[in-house]
Design a binder for this molecule. Structure first.
Ligand code: BGC
Length: 256
């Protein structure tokens, strides 16, 4: 991509997931991708070194030389990963600034939790409800990721997917991966989601739940089975959210 075909406010985001690592140039005025996103299968094992090499390849694919935002399925404290879900446990304790300083020397790199990134993207480009009052944004995918939002400001690194609901972690009962693995109908799976959301509702009393992740595209198939008092809405950005949020965080220099 040549410099002059880029929008004035272009950024770059990369979303690291358990199965794919995806990157795209993002128009930060609209939240749209500029051209196609590029995806490479997540290396196995997904160690910090292997993932950093894949990320470097994605950046080179675009010839991008500006700041880069990266999501990880990890709690991020001062740019050090403190947990690792669906990526190698070697991430725990990894200083991402040191890692990317070696792989992408001289480059401004910002790393944040994947659900936090998606929540930030929703605030900027999604439903108005994400910017108003107290909102809980959840991504239902391989796990359950969460972003707590108050008037559009993020309380980072919440891990509601790991909350014990009944006897098990929420994400072990109601992620979309569980639906696939157990071949649950939308109805049976939605009942599990409802149980989890009821627990969150009891403890946090938000104004709204916003649901992202691939399964939010099929929201109409299962939302009818939810019986909460709190409104539940699908997120607008769907699977663009992680990349867009990463690019936004990089532009703002937000370094959780
Ligand atoms: C992780 C979170 C992550 C979520 C979605 C959970 O298992 O603990 O950090 O946001 O999965 O990937």
């Amino acid at each position: 991509m040549t410099e002059n075909s880029l929008p004035a406010n272009a950024g770059f985001g990369i979303d690291v997931g358990g199965s794919g690592i995806k990157g795209a140039i993002v128009d930060l005025d609209t939240g749209e991708f500029v051209g196609e996103r590029h995806k490479i299968a997540t290396p196995q094992p997904a160690t910090p070194e292997a993932v950093a090499e894949t990320i470097t390849a994605i950046i080179e694919h675009f010839g991008w030389d500006g700041p880069v935002g990266i999501t990880l399925p990890s709690v991020m404290k001062h740019q050090v990963a403190r947990s690792a879900a669906n990526v190698d446990q070697q991430w725990i304790g990894t200083d991402t600034q040191e890692l990317f300083g070696r792989h992408l020397p001289g480059r401004e790199v910002t790393v944040l939790n994947d659900a936090d990134a998606a929540g930030l993207a929703e605030v900027e480009f999604g439903a108005a409800e994400a910017r108003e009052g107290a909102a809980i944004f959840l991504t239902l995918g391989t796990g359950i990721g969460s972003a707590l939002l108050l008037e559009g400001k993020l309380f980072p690194n919440t891990e509601l997917g790991h909350m014990i609901v009944g006897k098990k972690e929420a994400e072990k009962q109601a992620s979309s991966a569980v639906k696939d693995k157990k071949e649950l109908s939308y109805k049976d799976w939605a009942k599990r989601v409802n149980t989890v959301l009821e627990e969150y509702e009891k403890l946090f009393n938000p104004d709204v739940f916003l649901i992202g992740g691939g399964i939010s595209r099929k929201f109409d198939k299962w939302s009818g089975y939810l019986t909460l008092e709190t409104p539940v809405m699908p997120a607008n950005l769907r699977n663009r959210a992680g990349i867009v949020g990463a690019a936004l965080a990089a532009q703002r220099g937000v370094k959780p």
